[in-house]
Design a binder for this molecule. Structure first.
Ligand code: SAM
Length: 165
């Protein structure tokens, strides 16, 4: 696909020369299944009324889901493995108007981490059924966390966190 070709830039886009990236220090925890096989079919951002998608965890992590059922909304982090990583300026509309990579939520970034807040529909054995994703079928899963707004820390408060009065 053309956006993977390092030579293929839109007007006024800018790339940098990088050593090949190594993903060795991340551990994928599973795979995401979605209805989308081609990037052009993916939504740009997921919607909570989007189609059901499945987060399939590697079996070693199944017990790591205990307690997650208490949350309606969860945060999912994934690895946008098909994207190039060398652009510092990008033209989302292909019209020559560029934005810095860190001013965008484009999948094209030095570390292609995607995040979505999704609706947790149900938990099946080792798999979460969710709505609100925007990634390709087969996208590697990095992490799952409860919605930060619904979450209250389970650990005792640390003195360093007390507000100054
Ligand atoms: N919601 C995430 C975020 O904000 O971090 C990702 C947003 S990104 C704009 C979503 C787009 O990434 C999709 O529309 C699709 O074009 C692209 N994409 C989806 N899965 C991908 C993958 N596995 N590798 C590379 N690009 C992907």
């Amino acid at each position: 696909e053309s956006m993977n070709d390092p030579g293929d830039l839109r007007p006024n886009e800018e790339a940098v020369a990088l050593e090949p990236a190594s993903d060795a220090t991340l551990r994928f925890i599973g795979t995401i299944h979605t209805p989308w096989r081609d990037r052009k079919d993916c939504p740009r951002q997921g919607r909570l009324d989007g189609p059901e998608c499945q987060l399939v965890l590697d079996p070693v992590w199944h017990n790591a889901l205990a307690g997650l059922e208490d949350y309606d909304t969860i945060e999912v982090l994934y690895w946008l493995d098909q994207s190039r990583r060398d652009l510092i300026r990008q033209s989302p509309r292909s019209d020559g108007q560029t934005f810095g990579t860190f001013a965008l939520r484009s999948p094209v970034r030095p570390n292609p981490i995607g995040t979505s807040m999704v609706k947790l529909v149900r938990i099946e054995k080792g798999a979460l059924i969710v709505r609100g994703l925007d990634c390709l079928d087969g996208t590697p899963l990095l992490d799952i966390k409860p919605d930060r707004c619904a979450f209250s820390p389970k650990a005792p408060q640390k003195t360093g966190n007390q507000p100054i009065s």
